[in-house]
Design a binder for this molecule. Structure first.
Ligand SMILES: Cc1ncc(COP(=O)(O)O)c(C=O)c1O
Length: 352
């Protein structure tokens, strides 16, 4: 390991954290899909982080978030998301592992069917969380309903705190500075794998939602001076304010680990071209990417996050935006449970 990496590792050790996952996650070449696409395609298996069957990117964030919650002596943790949120389910699971009581405020972006509860919502119920479903009122937008859920959660947290039951409030996606630190750490882990294998990454593709993963990756890349271009494929509409939010978050991460380095706008590349028609709404390119990966490599991506990111990667390669022969990494962020969600989320997956 280079001196820079050893020094970087030490920065993370100083922050409170709990051990939830199994790291490093595997990193290897996808030979058959590489041949099909004409690039050297590698995968970083954060679908495989553990701590339960479903893993995903949230585990890295939760190691630091719940580490902080425990350091604060919290009895409860509250978080937010859609009814099929991976983040909410993994937060609840991680809370159980840490002996913290989980509370979820979930916005019904897709209306759950009480007689056929599926995927993450089913797991939330098995985990026995204190569950609050926030329906979208007539005339209300998804964002407005979400904002209302944050308000309700903040009130519940205030009530618990006032009655002597400390409660840790985790933002949607775990996209706080503390959460994103986990992904900066993840990039250091990845850099060590690159050095050990002698692989130079030209491009890294991943799915971005709340931006916490993207901010952490950008901060980590800066920390270890990796020249790869990170392409962050969005899973919903985003604007310039989002990029600014991610830039600020990445810089807060660097400050938190006492690094003098800073991320700039030029370090960030977001592509909004692959999410349509909307969050949790399937599209054909993602369905094709899901089938292609399954049928060449026996691996699964999901229709909400990783399928859309992989569709972006495939399109960049096919259209020549990523030159043939490049070394391309697909950072798999998990989300497999969506493959068992409502039909509305799945779309047309099993075409021949
Ligand atoms: C499977 C999966 N991939 C990617 C993301 C996006 O991560 P972030 O919210 O940190 O942008 C999420 C967030 O929920 C996710 O569940």
């Amino acid at each position: 390991m280079s001196q820079t990496l050893e020094d970087a590792e030490k920065l993370f050790q100083l922050l409170p954290h709990v051990r939830l996952g199994f790291f490093p996650t595997p990193f290897y070449k996808l030979d058959r899909l590489s041949e099909k696409l004409g690039v050297n395609l590698y995968i970083k298996r954060d679908d495989f982080t553990g701590m339960n069957l479903f893993g995903g990117n949230k585990i890295r964030k939760l190691e630091y978030l719940l580490g902080e919650a425990k350091a604060f002596g919290c009895e409860y943790a509250i978080t937010y998301g859609a009814t099929q949120s991976n983040h909410a389910m993994e937060t609840a699971a991680a809370c159980r592992r840490c002996g913290i009581k989980p509370i979820l405020y979930l916005t019904a972006v897709v209306e759950p069917d009480e007689k056929d509860v599926r995927a993450n919502l089913l797991l939330d119920k098995i985990l026995g969380v204190e569950l609050h479903i926030v329906d979208i009122k007539p005339g209300e937008t998804e964002d407005e309903a979400e904002a209302r859920s944050f308000q309700m959660g903040a009130e519940r947290a205030a009530e618990l705190n006032a009655s002597g039951h400390p409660c840790y409030d985790i933002p949607m996606g775990g996209a706080s500075v503390t959460g994103s630190v986990g992904f900066a750490h993840g990039f250091v882990e990845f850099q060590r794998q690159l050095e050990e294998t002698g692989i130079r990454a030209d491009y890294i593709f991943h799915a971005t939602g709340t931006g916490g993963t993207m901010a952490g990756l950008a901060a980590g890349r800066k920390l270890v001076e990796n020249p790869a271009k990170i392409v962050s494929v969005t899973v919903s509409y985003k604007n310039e304010a989002y990029v600014k939010k991610v830039e600020d978050l990445a810089n807060e991460v660097l400050k938190k680990i006492d690094s003098p380095l800073r991320v700039t706008r030029e370090d960030l590349c977001i592509d909004t071209g692959y999410f349509a028609p909307g969050y949790e709404q399937p599209n054909e390119a993602a369905s094709e990417a899901i089938r292609l990966l399954a049928r060449t490599e026996g691996l699964f991506v999901d229709p909400v996050y990783t399928g859309k990111a992989l569709a972006g990667l495939i399109d960049y390669v096919r259209s020549g935006k990523v030159p043939q022969g490049s070394n391309v990494v697909f950072w798999h962020t998990g989300g497999a449970t969506a493959l068992f969600a409502e039909q509305e989320i799945l779309g047309d997956l099993y075409q021949m």
